[in-house]
Design a protein around this ligand. Structure first.
Ligand code: ZN
Length: 65
């Protein structure tokens, strides 16, 4: 039951992560995404899905041009 509303915590601060708009700069391109980040130290947690999905998508976009 509780798995649905799983809360992530920062490993360092034990603070609950908050959704935050994060701007990335990758290969000279910027894009933003809402990601869980620690309100204390600012550490952003990028899921494997995002790293593999979104960045792969972006690479395809870049190859098209
Ligand atoms: Zn933290």
């Amino acid at each position: 039951m509780s798995d649905k509303e799983r809360r992530w915590k920062c490993g360092k601060c034990s603070q609950e992560l908050v959704q935050q708009k994060v701007v990335f700069n990758y290969l000279g391109h910027t894009f933003s995404h809402d990601l869980p980040a620690c309100p204390d130290c600012g550490q952003v947690f990028i899921s494997k899905e995002l790293a593999e999905g979104r960045i792969a998508e972006l690479e395809e976009e870049l190859e098209d041009k």
